[in-house]
Design a protein around this ligand. Structure first.
Ligand code: SAH
Length: 452
């Protein structure tokens, strides 16, 4: 999945656009909320301002970070909005864009920096924001390259980013041979006179185990009865034995263990989404306390590496179930239709539902100083943020001369909040990661109000 999307040679995001093909918009493969309506990015910008206000209106050290910024439209709308709140705008030290695609990095630079060219930066490339004069925009290929600076207050947005990260799929399968029980194994090695005897000949009672669904080339078609239209070049097959991933990843959460009992149940796990969520939590709340040193000479426990105080916020918007584990959701997307993810590698977008439960779990595991709100439905969040009022305002402004423009504004807004299966209001969810408040405050859009 990673190779198909971001390989420098033939990746969907990395190479397609350089060959004159634009993935976004009507003529492309998909359209995203910021591309549909400016209201989306404006409300994300307002949300960041409300968090900045609630967290004591810092006068410096604020950074904005966007993961997977596409054409750059969302950040453009965010910056256009934030620049109207002067004290927050002047607190921004730098903007980070995490983008694997050189073609999209260039599109983002053009939109956000105008004529200012790319320059080298120790961790990637940089240029200057056209909205916030003097502020650098820094492009990183991966969030892991972002220096962790506890003096900074990071505001992070990830819109339709996590669904592009590679998943592993597993199926609950009845064992065909006994698993290696690590306890029994080690007892075998350290057998001493006092060790209890190992039960040797117990009848084998098969339990369920997770087996990985792996991508394999489709077998050549039968010569006797060839199919009329050739199928996809690849297919998913069940691994014949446990793989390193099937032995490790499902142990990451008790949520998976509950599903193991029903033979045939399938789960998708996205380790990259988990590490991204935990890195986001660390940036906001500081890393978790390291385990206490066991050495007898060390009498004191090292202090937790919790930042003092935690600050910043993250907003994650994507599609996926609110709490259950996604099942068989890997899909290809081409020309606004879903298609097999196993044909035309590098030519189709690949995506899997985001496991919001896993994202929340990984964030809370990443730092003890953060809390998670949501996910809530996009329609609910946009309405709570005042989207309808903003839409009315834009219509008022447009009406004077441009009836068509007013209709476009209303049409775009309706699409974002449409809760039918074809709309985006119910399908897309919004989740926030913020510094822990112990229930003292809820973010705006998640049941809280604007701080005075
Ligand atoms: N947020 C944008 C674009 C979503 S498409 C919007 O809503 O319009 C996904 C984006 O993530 C693209 O910019 C793609 O190039 C980027 N991307 C995908 N996988 C990535 C990875 N592993 N690392 C960094 N960027 C990635």
């Amino acid at each position: 999945m990673r190779q198909c999307l971001t390989s420098p040679e033939g990746g969907y995001y990395t190479t397609n656009a350089s060959e004159g093909k634009d993935q976004f918009g009507k003529g492309g493969d998909f359209i995203t909320s910021p591309e549909i309506s400016q209201i989306f990015g404006e409300l994300v910008g307002i949300w960041l301002v409300t968090e900045w206000m609630a967290q004591g209106r810092k006068s410096k050290g604020v950074t904005l970070i966007e993961l997977g910024p596409g054409r750059g439209t969302l950040m453009d709308d965010v910056l256009r909005t934030v620049r109207n709140f002067k004290p927050m705008a002047s607190s921004i030290d730098a903007i980070y864009m995490v983008e694997a695609s050189p073609v999209l990095r260039e599109a983002q630079r053009k939109l956000l920096c105008g004529p200012a060219p790319f320059e080298d930066h120790p961790h990637g490339y940089q240029s200057k924001s056209k909205h916030l004069p003097g502020v650098s925009i820094i492009w990183l290929e991966d969030l892991a390259f972002k220096p962790k600076d506890p003096s900074q207050t990071p505001f992070i947005i990830a819109h339709e980013f996590l669904d592009a990260l590679p998943i592993h799929a597993f199926q609950s399968t009845q064992q065909t041979q006994p698993s290696l029980d690590p306890k029994q194994q080690s007892r075998g090695i350290t057998t001493s006179v006092s060790a209890p005897p190992r039960p040797l000949q117990q009848p084998f009672q098969p339990k369920n185990e997770w087996r990985e669904l792996v991508v394999s080339p489709t077998p050549p078609p039968s010569v006797i009865n060839p199919p009329k239209t050739p199928g996809p070049e690849f297919e998913l097959t069940l691994a014949r034995a446990p793989t390193p991933y099937s032995r490790l990843l499902p142990t990451l959460s008790p949520r998976y263990a509950q599903l193991l009992a029903s033979t045939g149940s399938t789960i998708e796990i996205c380790p990259s989404a988990r590490t991204t969520a935990s890195t986001i939590a660390e940036l906001i709340g500081g890393a978790p306390a390291p385990p206490p040193l066991k050495s007898p000479s060390s009498k004191t426990t090292p202090p937790p590496r919790r930042r003092q105080p935690p600050s910043g916020a993250a907003l994650i918007v994507d599609y996926g179930p609110a709490s259950t584990v996604p099942i068989s959701t890997l899909r290809g997307i081409r020309a606004h239709q879903t298609c097999s993810p196993f044909s035309a590698a590098g030519q189709v977008d690949l995506s899997a539902d985001v496991d919001f439960g896993a994202v929340a779990e990984a964030a809370l595991g990443g730092s003890e100083a953060v809390e998670v709100h949501g996910p809530v439905e996009q329609a609910h969040w946009l309405q709570e943020m005042g989207g309808k009022e903003r839409c009315d305002m834009l219509v008022q402004k447009a009406r004077a001369g441009d009836e068509e423009m007013a209709e476009r504004v209303v049409g775009g807004w309706r699409r974002l909040v449409d809760r039918t299966p074809n709309g985006m209001g119910k399908l897309y969810k919004v989740m926030a990661i913020v510094p822990v408040t112990g229930g003292a405050r809820r973010p705006v859009g998640f049941g809280g109000g604007v701080a005075e």
